[in-house]
Design a protein around this ligand. Structure first.
Ligand SMILES: NC(=O)c1ccc[n+]([C@@H]2O[C@H](COP(=O)([O-])OP(=O)(O)OC[C@H]3O[C@@H](n4cnc5c(N)ncnc54)[C@H](O)[C@@H]3O)[C@@H](O)[C@H]2O)c1
Ligand SMILES: O=C(O)[C@H](O)[C@H](O)COP(=O)(O)O
Length: 372
């Protein structure tokens, strides 16, 4: 079997070869010509897969080593007998870690306590659920908005977007990017959205750039309709709007999902999809693992102030990513391609956690707790 894979998919080289003959290309090198003989593609979000590239090809299976699949023309694939797979939930823990760390950082910067704040979560799927859990652990009041789930589940877990706009001090988006239908999210946060906010919330976008209208949010920042912005996903990536970059409080190059754990999960899930589709053994997939970090033990008793917040920041400090992007905004893609090792909570062991409630909370978040 001929496989073509994006060369920036971590932990694939040396394992994927067990499933077929693999050629590695950069995102830009995926062209109609280069992929036409392939049976299977393993891809990322940086390349669009529709008629323009798939027409006349041999491709039977596309696996995206990502949660999002707005870069795949699913209607075209479905009508041309091309099976497509994403990796649902693969890096949801990574985005949870990102959102927790940016919340703690912005609270420190602006001098408020998260415990006094209400957060509105728009889109409560794999990522939104984990974000809700960590915000509750941080003591925040959490409002959830998810009209498709509300309709399907018919319970009172959810509130309207209007309620979030009225009551939330922070609004974070976790929906897919959809361009049509009643639940369309393209420019969900547009000029009208910003003009009709009840408070002056901080906005977080670690979902997809197109969910927020760039011109509208720039105007909202400049006119004080919102009191801050934390942006990981941008319209027109990698050529992001540099004026927008300068206006936001924390800016990162679409790396919320870039923990090594998330990347390993994505690679594993893509290979599982290949094994299932082509009826191949799954044994080699066990080799896909995230590397260990150098200092995985944190002494909880030595952390000062809010220990939970400090433990979270020890695993991921977003200001390093922010500084790298500020220094080199034109290197957006390179910064993503050479992302440093980041591990999620499960790679860390906390010692000297003396009270029972903290032990329970930290364990729920995934940390290992050393016995006392
Ligand atoms: N920045 C990153 O690195 C990164 C990493 C992972 C995921 N993502 C993005 O995060 C988003 C969420 O991922 P996920 O895994 O949670 O997806 P998911 O499909 O599990 O959940 C999305 C939720 O959004 C809800 N939804 C759909 N339309 C909505 C609307 N109009 N209003 C409110 N809710 C709506 C759905 O019902 C669903 O529950 C996706 O856009 C994904 O591409 C980004
Ligand atoms: O959809 C996802 O999983 C995330 O946006 C992910 O971070 C994208 O990863 P990339 O396409 O850059 O490999």
């Amino acid at each position: 079997m001929k496989i073509i894979a994006d060369k920036n998919i971590p932990f694939l080289k040396g394992v994927g070869e067990a499933f077929g003959e693999i050629t590695y290309l950069s995102g830009a090198e995926f062209t109609k010509e280069s992929i036409k003989e392939a049976d299977t593609l393993i891809v990322r979000t940086v390349t669009h897969f529709g008629e323009e590239i798939l027409d006349g090809s041999n491709v039977k299976l596309i696996c995206s080593a990502t949660i999002g699949y707005d870069h795949i023309d699913t209607a075209y694939c479905d009508s041309h007998d091309i099976t497509w797979k994403n990796a649902p939930g693969c890096n949801s823990g990574s985005v949870q870690q990102y959102v927790a760390s940016v919340l703690i950082t912005i609270a420190q910067k602006k001098g408020f306590s998260l415990k006094d704040k209400t957060i509105g979560i728009v889109g409560v799927g794999n990522v939104g659920k984990k974000v809700a859990a960590i915000c509750e652990a941080l003591g925040m009041r959490v409002l959830k908005n998810d009209p498709p789930r509300q309709k399907a589940e018919q319970n009172d877990e959810f509130v309207s977007l209007e309620t979030i706009k009225k009551e939330a001090d922070i609004i974070t988006f976790h929906t897919p990017l959809t361009k049509e239908g009643i639940y369309k999210t393209l420019h969900l946060a547009d000029a009208v959205f910003f003009d009709t906010l009840g408070k002056e919330p901080i906005i977080i976008n670690s979902a997809r750039g197109g969910i927020i209208d760039t011109e509208a949010i720039k105007e909202a920042i400049l006119n004080g309709k919102i009191s801050g912005a934390i942006i990981d996903c941008w319209e027109q990536e990698p050529n992001i709007d540099l004026d927008y970059l300068k206006l936001v409080d924390i800016a990162t190059p679409h790396i919320a999902g870039y923990s090594a754990d998330g990347k390993a999960n994505a690679t594993r899930m893509s290979l599982e999809s290949i094994a299932e589709f082509w009826s191949l053994p799954t044994d080699p997939i066990k080799k896909v693992t995230a590397p260990a970090i150098e200092n995985p033990v944190i002494d909880y008793s030595l952390l000062e102030g809010n220990k939970l917040e400090h433990a979270i920041l020890k695993t991921y400090n977003p200001l390093e990513d922010y500084q790298r992007l500020l220094n080199n905004p034109e290197q957006f893609s390179t910064l993503r391609g050479s992302y440093p090792l980041r591990r999620e909570y499960l790679a860390y062991t906390l010692k000297n956690v003396n009270d029972r409630d903290s032990r329970m909370t930290l364990r729920k978040l995934g940390f290992n707790i050393e016995a006392i």
